[in-house]
Design a protein around this ligand. Structure first.
Ligand SMILES: [Mn+2]
Length: 313
């Protein structure tokens, strides 16, 4: 059975890691693409689920040469230039009628990837929702960000807040209607982000680890799917591996204890797959330089398969 009614998968690598404070997530793309998991690469596992599969290679990323003192957001020029290429690459996959599977890269890539998805469905007069799995809320603006790293800002940008050049990417804003947005796994939220969540009225769209402790993952994921499914065009998923507990996913740059277990991470994606409403899947912040025996990379690949409908029985 295919969770994605579209039988065609288009894989895209987005090796952009300069949105994060630590180097290495740009290497996540090839680590996921090339790792041999139970005798096979990711592409063969995806074909094994019954999909037609095309690997569109990597988007050309303009990497910064050095850091400009005090710049916030950091590396904005390179981010904007790279974003143009990312938007074009994702748009082409959608235009070919394929379901995008996007390998990051750090979470800054969600700005151009979701911008392209939002634009594609907007042109068909269908708004699209978003499920965001993450330890962090990623809703900083340059004013509230302690670091200036863009990977802490993508949600704010997609909701129309923050740096104007990023917000205005693709010529419209907001890319995301908050009514169709749900977040799962938060446990590390900056004071400025807390204020932003309050200001934008997003509390009920966040299923924090505390909510998950009280109600269970299945109930929270079910509610998140219900919110995102209200979008007429279905929803995209952006999955930050740091949402998973560091015991199971140590290879990521901003680890926070108290995250989703191995099985809760799979359950989340199994339930999303079963909903049949997902229109694209993205996995980010896999950092092979920080990994232990490749376990985070292998888990990331397994999770892609769960998102695409792999079930135990
Ligand atoms: Mn993130």
């Amino acid at each position: 059975m295919n969770a994605v009614d579209n039988k065609k998968i288009g894989l895209l690598g987005v090796p952009l890691g300069f949105g994060a404070g630590k180097t290495g997530s740009e290497l996540g793309v090839n680590a996921m693409r090339l790792s041999i998991i139970r005798g096979q690469r990711l592409a063969d596992h995806i074909r094994g689920l019954g999909y037609e599969f095309t690997d569109h290679g990597d988007v050309s990323i303009r990497a910064p040469k050095d850091c400009v003192e005090g710049e916030n957001p950091k590396h904005l020029k390179e981010m904007l230039e790279s974003s143009t290429n990312i938007v074009a690459a994702v748009s082409e996959i959608l235009a070919r009628g394929e379901f995008p599977v996007i390998l990051g890269g750090d979470h800054a890539i969600a700005i151009p990837t979701f911008s392209a998805i939002s634009k594609h469905y907007r042109e068909k007069e269908e708004e699209v929702g978003l499920i965001w799995f993450d330890a962090h809320s990623d809703i900083n603006t340059p004013e509230s960000s302690p670091s200036g790293n863009i990977h802490g800002m993508p949600l704010a940008v997609l909701l129309g807040e923050g740096n104007r050049d990023l917000v205005d990417l693709c010529g419209f804003s907001p890319k995301l209607n908050k009514n169709f947005f749900a977040h799962i796994g938060a446990r590390d939220v900056d004071p400025g982000e807390r204020a932003q969540i309050e200001k934008l009225g997003l509390r009920d769209h966040f299923f924090t680890m505390s909510d998950i402790d009280k109600r269970g993952m299945a109930a929270c994921v079910s509610d998140a799917i219900e919110i995102a499914s209200k979008a007429p065009g279905g929803f995209a998923v952006t999955f930050d591996v740091d949402g998973i507990d560091p015991r199971f996913a140590p290879g990521s740059g901003t680890l926070v204890r108290g995250g989703a277990t191995y099985r809760e991470a799979h359950l989340t994606l199994e339930m999303i797959a079963a909903s049949g409403k997902m229109r694209s899947f993205e996995i980010v912040e896999v950092n092979p330089l920080l990994d232990q025996s490749n376990i985070t990379v292998e888990l990331a690949c397994e999770l892609i398969l769960s998102a695409l409908g792999k079930t135990i029985l």
